[in-house]
Design a binder for this molecule. Structure first.
Ligand SMILES: NC(=O)c1ccc[n+]([C@@H]2O[C@H](COP(=O)([O-])OP(=O)(O)OC[C@H]3O[C@@H](n4cnc5c(N)ncnc54)[C@H](O)[C@@H]3O)[C@@H](O)[C@H]2O)c1
Length: 294
């Protein structure tokens, strides 16, 4: 018997890549899976593969970039399987462009398909989980890019919002027994095939099976994983990591508060040395002498 026998699960963007991997592995563990993808033929292909292996799944092609599509996706799980135990927000697109050239449309499309869809699917799922009782599990998908990544203003913003929503919902939904966690996956997919370096050249990457991201997801959905909430994990390839919770670092206190003159006098020696590496690649902080305009 699998770890997820009887669990009913929705996976968005599951026709390819990491979502496909989630669907296959979760079905192998006994979950009944709603395989969502805007690309219906890909979703149906995954369902066929699951059924051939003796699993249970249905295809769904609602657009999770709309609230109506997200509501319909959760409803299809309820109407087909009678309940929802987990929602995995995985669907995604990229529209990379350097900040100074990015358009509103590029920003909005990426933010909508990642962040808004995560908000919409999770809200519909959490309401259904609260009504049916017995708790549940929401798993979001962020990316190391939310730490800052060249050419990804839209994607980084969406993935940062997803991490922040994870912490917030974990606080709010604990009273209903609903756990909320997030993965920052890694895999060879259509999305990574589009990755470029800062000079716009294709990045050559080794092959990593998308399904390697799912074992932790399965564990978090299972009864054994019921104690995990409010966390972001790095999954995929050969890694399994936990992201540190965002937190304030060194803090100076001055009686009466800080004025401009005291900041000017104390900043360099007080907080200056605390300025850290930043961005996904965490280049050493190199700007103590200031940034020189050309
Ligand atoms: N591949 C990686 O290394 C990596 C790294 C970090 C984060 N991620 C995240 O993992 C998730 C999956 O990415 P992937 O690499 O498997 O990409 P992918 O392009 O292979 O798969 C994404 C799937 O989402 C579907 N989709 C897009 N818009 C949709 C919509 N509006 N409604 C329904 N389905 C939609 C696509 O059709 C596609 O099948 C994304 O959220 C991505 O940001 C991936």
């Amino acid at each position: 018997m699998g770890l997820l026998e009887g669990k009913c699960v929705v996976v968005s963007g599951a026709g390819r890549g990491i979502g496909r991997g989630h669907s296959m592995v979760l079905a192998e563990e006994g979950a009944r899976v709603v395989v969502n993808d805007i690309d219906r033929s890909e979703a149906e292909g995954v369902v066929k593969e699951i059924e051939e292996k003796g699993g249970t799944a249905i295809a769904n092609s609602d657009d999770v970039g709309t609230r109506a599509g997200c509501d319909a996706l959760v409803s299809s799980c309820l109407s087909q399987f009678g309940r929802i135990d987990a929602a995995i927000n995985n669907a995604g697109i990229v529209r990379d462009r350097s900040f100074l050239k990015m358009t509103d449309e590029e920003f909005d499309d990426v933010f909508r398909v990642h962040a808004k869809s995560t908000f919409w699917v999770s809200q519909a799922a959490a309401i259904a989980m609260r009504e049916q009782g017995g708790g549940g599990c929401i798993i979001n998908t962020t990316s190391g890019a939310h730490m800052g990544n060249f050419g990804q203003t839209n994607y980084a913003a969406a993935k940062g919002a997803i991490a922040s929503m994870t912490y917030t919902w974990a606080l709010e939904l604990v009273r209903y027994g609903i756990r909320v966690n997030c993965i920052a996956p890694a895999a060879s997919t259509r999305m990574t095939a589009m990755a470029k370096d800062a000079d716009g050249k294709d990045i050559e990457l080794p092959f990593w099976d998308p399904a390697l991201n799912t074992p932790l997801v399965a564990y978090m959905i299972s009864e054994e994983g019921k104690w995990i909430t409010g966390q972001v994990f790095a999954t995929g390839m050969e890694r399994l990591g936990v992201m540190r919770q965002p937190a304030f670092g060194k803090t100076l206190v001055r009686e009466g508060g800080w004025d401009v003159e005291s900041v000017r006098r104390f900043f360099k020696d007080g907080l200056g040395p605390e300025l850290e590496r930043f961005g996904l690649m965490k280049a050493p902080y190199a700007f103590y002498e200031g940034l020189e305009a050309p």
